[in-house]
Design a protein around this ligand. Structure first.
Ligand code: FES
Length: 308
């Protein structure tokens, strides 16, 4: 049974969302084929990745449509509260700016997404689809406004803004929780089966120890008849939790004082916002064995490169 606290991306990793892979596989192959077709494709991809700027292009560009559509939502609200027509035309202009700037933003996002795989790729697909829905809704909203149906256009614009907010949240998950474009050395994936890590008599009541499950450091703590097992480094910036403060089933990171529940890894206060990865524990024949809790099997991603 899973003890892992869930996140937006871990929910997308579950079976009901497996259909996203069916779209992602051919799309990724198609985008790869375009970028690898000739030298122009390779140069375009480099620019879209932000190589000449030495800064990722997608997060830099994404501020423009999100800013424009946020501005449009504010002008729509002002328009609803005022008889002055200037707000209506300002909202329309902001939506147009968002739609126009979304196109290069999508291209840069595709150039980043094409090199992801497994769980990152599926969450990236969800991020793209939600943002595509937002873009389509903004197109419908503009058409309604142009046709004199401003109220309906504003309502659809509100839906589009909700969708783009969800898309933004998924984008944040991709970077902060799943480490897209962050070296995989920082996101090792442990084996998914039980692994013997320590003799049971070496784990004393209230005295945490760090063991390794493959390359993943796991902190064990025996407390009041239960053994807790969580990833040993803090998901905020890698603080060593074994040096933290243990209190009432929680641990406080020694670096910036994020606090986590030990039984499911949930963050109780920041700056960390992602849960600690948790492990299920078995005590067998004088040995302690651990394996990632169910949700952890899909979060974070496997470090193996793509085969296709
Ligand atoms: S490294 Fe743990 S709170 Fe910052």
């Amino acid at each position: 049974m899973s003890r892992q606290a869930t996140t937006l991306s871990s929910i997308i990793g579950t079976n009901p969302y497996a259909w996203l892979d069916k779209i992602a596989t051919p799309l990724q192959q198609g985008v790869h084929a375009v970028f690898r077709a000739n030298e122009a494709g390779r140069v375009a991809k480099s620019w879209l990745n932000g190589v000449p700027l030495r800064h990722r292009m997608h997060p830099a560009l994404v501020a423009i449509p999100i800013g424009a559509w946020t501005t449009a939502a504010i002008f729509d609200a002002l328009d609803a509260l005022s008889a002055d027509e200037k707000y209506a035309s300002a909202a329309d202009a902001a939506i147009w700016l968002g739609v126009g700037s979304a196109l290069p933003t999508v291209a840069a996002g595709l150039a980043d997404w094409v090199d992801t795989y497994d769980h990152q790729r599926r969450v990236g697909m969800a991020h793209a689809l939600v943002n595509d829905v937002a873009l389509t809704l903004y197109g419908v909203s503009l058409a309604l406004r142009a046709g004199g149906k401003r109220g309906a256009g504003q309502a659809i614009g509100g839906l589009a803004f909700s969708a783009v907010s969800l898309g933004g949240a998924l984008g944040g998950e991709l970077v902060y929780n799943l480490g897209v474009n962050v070296t995989h050395l920082l996101y090792p994936k442990p084996p998914t089966e039980y692994k013997d890590v320590i003799a049971a008599d070496q784990l004393h009541e209230g005295k945490p120890v760090v063991v390794e499950d493959d390359r993943v450091p796991v902190m064990l703590l025996r407390r009041e008849g239960q053994i807790y097992a969580v990833e040993a480094w803090c998901p905020h910036a890698g603080g060593p939790l074994i040096d933290g403060k243990f209190e009432g089933g929680t641990v406080e990171c020694p670096w910036h004082q994020s606090c986590f529940r030990l039984d499911d890894g949930a963050p109780l206060n920041g700056p960390a916002s992602a849960p600690l990865r948790t492990f299920d524990v078995q005590e067998r024949d004088g040995r302690i064995l651990v394996q990632p809790s169910d949700e952890s099997k899909v979060w974070p991603p496997a470090p193996a490169p793509p085969t296709a």
